[in-house]
Ligand binder design. Structure first.
Ligand SMILES: C[S@@+](CC[C@H](N)C(=O)[O-])C[C@H]1O[C@@H](n2cnc3c(N)ncnc32)[C@H](O)[C@@H]1O
Length: 299
């Protein structure tokens, strides 16, 4: 808790420092942001997320971790001067939009997009990020205080499997990141730790519960009930065949892709599949390397 408090304090301190650090970033003009009428703290939170810009190396790392490409649509929640969406468009060819509740930041971000020649692919909107519709995103980026991340979490978890979420410095509590990177920033202006954390999540398919399947065993196919326990992208479970129940081993879930293995007699059987609305379709591979199509249906 102390660490969290210190980091939040460092974020606020950086916010003040940036307001005085004119002309450090030629590409993006610095904004001196005074409190606006709209910058009142949402009653659900103890404080508002201050304006602190992500440094270019952080923006690049976030976009690389999310593997942003031309087919992507990025939504940046709390877009500040627009640098994340603009870089996604300029460097990776993506489209997208950013939202910020400060109209002056929105105006500057739109002006930056125009100057960088990407205003046909990105736009910035004055809007509360907590009310922003997220359904069109393939990638979501954010640099917010932790309680905002947590407020957004249920809506992000409910998004389509495979959508990537990247966050600068703050995580999503017990929804563990699929990947995280610590970046050394020796010239970081404030804070004891001269580092930034970047976190990546891939929205997982919802697989918890029972599935009916048939699996190859003993020269034939046998009926099986597959059961997954799911905690975000972490899965465990078992397969029941007749009276025999065996645990899933090395079970993993990334977006729509599920894989696990089971030990049945002296056979190790490997399953790989793609989850799609109540069905899993993929492949089952036996110890000797023989592979078959594999299907499972929700019970
Ligand atoms: C830490 S800054 C990050 C700016 C930019 N994304 C970056 O990484 O450089 C957070 C931004 O979120 C905006 N913000 C905070 N709460 C918001 C809300 N409820 N709705 C919209 N924007 C918000 C702030 O105005 C600020 O520009």
């Amino acid at each position: 808790m102390t660490g969290t408090f210190l980091q939040a304090a460092a974020m606020r301190a950086r916010c003040l420092l940036y307001a005085f650090s004119i002309a450090l970033t030629p590409l993006f003009p610095i904004m001196t942001v005074a409190a606006t009428g709209q910058a009142e703290v949402d009653p659900r939170f103890t404080e508002e997320t201050p304006f602190v810009r992500s440094s270019p190396v952080v923006v690049d790392t976030m976009l690389d971790m999310a593997r942003v490409r031309a087919t992507d649509f990025l939504i940046d929640l709390g877009s500040g001067d627009g640098r994340t969406v603009i870089t996604a468009a300029k460097v990776h060819g993506a489209r997208g939009f950013g939202v910020d509740y400060d109209p002056r930041r929105v105006a500057i971000a739109n002006e930056n997009a125009r100057k960088e020649g990407v205003d046909d692919r990105v736009k910035f909107i004055e809007q509360d990020l907590l009310k922003t519709e997220l359904g069109s995103a393939t990638v979501i980026s954010m640099y917010l205080l932790p309680e905002y991340n947590m407020a957004l979490r249920p809506r992000m978890y409910a998004l389509k499997p495979g959508i990537r979420i990247v966050s600068h410095d703050w995580n999503l509590g017990d929804w563990e990141a699929d990947a995280k990177i610590k970046i050394a920033v020796p010239d970081k202006a404030v804070g004891l730790e001269k580092t930034h954390w970047i976190y990546l999540w891939v929205v997982p398919a919802k697989v918890g519960g029972a599935w009916r399947s048939r699996i190859p065993f003993d020269q034939g196919w046998v009926d099986a009930v597959l059961r997954f326990n799911q905690q975000f992208q972490k899965i465990s479970g078992d397969v029941t065949i007749g009276r025999q129940k065996v645990p899933l081993e090395r079970a993993s879930l990334s977006g729509n892709f599920v894989s696990f293995r089971i030990q049945l007699g002296n056979q190790t059987i490997l399953f790989n599949g793609q989850v799609q609305s109540g069905r899993i379709a993929g492949q089952v591979t036996l110890s000797g390397g023989r592979a078959f199509r594999w299907r499972a249906l929700r019970s």
